[in-house]
Design a protein around this ligand. Structure first.
Ligand code: AMP
Ligand code: MG
Length: 345
């Protein structure tokens, strides 16, 4: 089993890398506009390939892109689940003591708790303890835990258990073994911070693309909005839908991103906090929102909620649109998404 899982993990990483390499040219075509050049720099960060594009002259875009990558690295150091970070300090003290934390991290944790409330617990960063059992993001690769191991840890899951003192920036995980995992929201936050950094450095138009999750602002050229593609969850490199975005984040959660197969069953990294097992029913969810944090948290939440409850939740949120692919590959869109995306199949 361990050897098979290891092999599948290697295959999955190769597929993901090939996919990202194919996807990026499809997601944002290269070129220049009348007012100048579009500078593009790609680096590995946040567990994927991040490409930052900025419109403007090189003397402006070069330092701005460098600063944006520095900002992404800073967010990683604050939120990482595996490397020593502000977050692991909190997790290491579970069941023992509160931790004085960074105001920025406490704010992201509080926002995460709010998304748990909106989604009736479908999105929940206290999934960390059970996430560790599955180990989809760990170095040694995923494994299928025994049901008894999962059931033992279910009482450590639930944002309602968390104790947060926002005035003093204290966080306490009261149950031993509890762990926070910001994997479903930190990338969105990193995208927001990188875009904000570009803006602060004088860039009027830019796009930050982390493995297909995107924040875009301004336009590619005066009469040309940024154009993005949504990946087909069962056709690596294939594009399911395209659309134009302006000052928006587009984030996708999919069962193809981190997974293994066992006895013809797909086990993937998006867990239902109520069962501790991978959420069933969907292949992918793409959310368009004004910011990356909302798009990232909502893509995971809707994936767990499933098509009907997920689309119903999207319709209650002004400025949020969603596209859902069910287990059969059928596509369903929220009202606003129907005006944004053109299906390619
Ligand atoms: P995403 O790709 O944004 O949907 O995030 C998935 C990642 O978030 C996983 O790799 C876990 O680290 C974490 N995660 C898994 N299930 C959940 C959940 N139900 N709520 C919050 N975070 C989750
Ligand atoms: Mg997410």
């Amino acid at each position: 089993m361990a050897g098979a899982v290891e092999r599948l993990k290697v295959i999955s990483i190769i597929i993901r890398l090939v996919l990202i390499l194919f996807m990026i040219p499809a997601l944002c075509s290269c070129g220049s506009d009348e007012s100048g050049m579009i500078a593009r720099v790609s680096r590995v960060a946040m567990g994927t390939l991040v490409e930052i594009s900025a419109v403007g002259s090189p003397d402006r875009t070069k330092p701005a892109i460098e600063a944006a990558f520095d900002e992404i690295r800073r967010v990683e150091n604050l939120t990482s689940f595996h490397k020593v970070s502000g977050l692991t300090q909190i997790n290491d003290s579970s069941g023992e003591t509160h931790v004085k934390s960074d105001a920025e991290l406490v704010d992201l944790i509080r926002k995460s708790v709010r998304f748990s409330e909106y989604s009736d617990g479908a999105f929940d960063i206290t999934i960390g303890s059970i996430g560790r059992l599955w180990n989809f993001s760990g170095e040694s690769g995923p494994r299928l835990p025994d049901r008894s191991e999962i059931e033992k840890l279910l009482p450590t899951v639930g944002s309602k258990l968390l104790k947060i003192d926002s005035d003093q920036n204290l966080v306490f995980l009261p149950v031993k073994g509890m762990a926070l995992d910001l994997g479903a929201i930190a990338k969105g936050y990193g995208l927001d911070r990188a875009a904000e950094t570009l803006r602060r450095m004088g860039i009027g138009s830019g796009l930050v693309n982390a493995g297909g999750d995107i924040v875009a602002f301004g336009k590619k050229a005066p009469d040309k909005p940024w154009r993005i593609g949504i990946q087909d969850p069962r056709n690596p490199g294939g594009i399911l839908a395209v659309g134009e975005i302006n000052d928006r984040a587009v984030v996708t959660s999919g069962d193809y991103e981190r997974f293994f197969m066992d006895a013809d069953r797909r086990y993937h990294h998006i867990l239902d906090p109520k069962t501790g097992y991978p959420a069933e029913g969907l292949q992918s969810v793409t959310i368009v929102a004004p910011d990356g944090v909302t798009a990232d948290a909502m893509s995971t939440a809707v994936f767990v909620l499933g098509k009907d409850k997920g689309l119903a939740l999207i319709e209650t949120m002004p400025d949020v649109a969603g596209l859902v692919v069910d287990r059969h590959g059928s596509v369903f869109m929220s009202e606003k998404a129907r005006h944004m995306f053109e299906l390619k199949q």
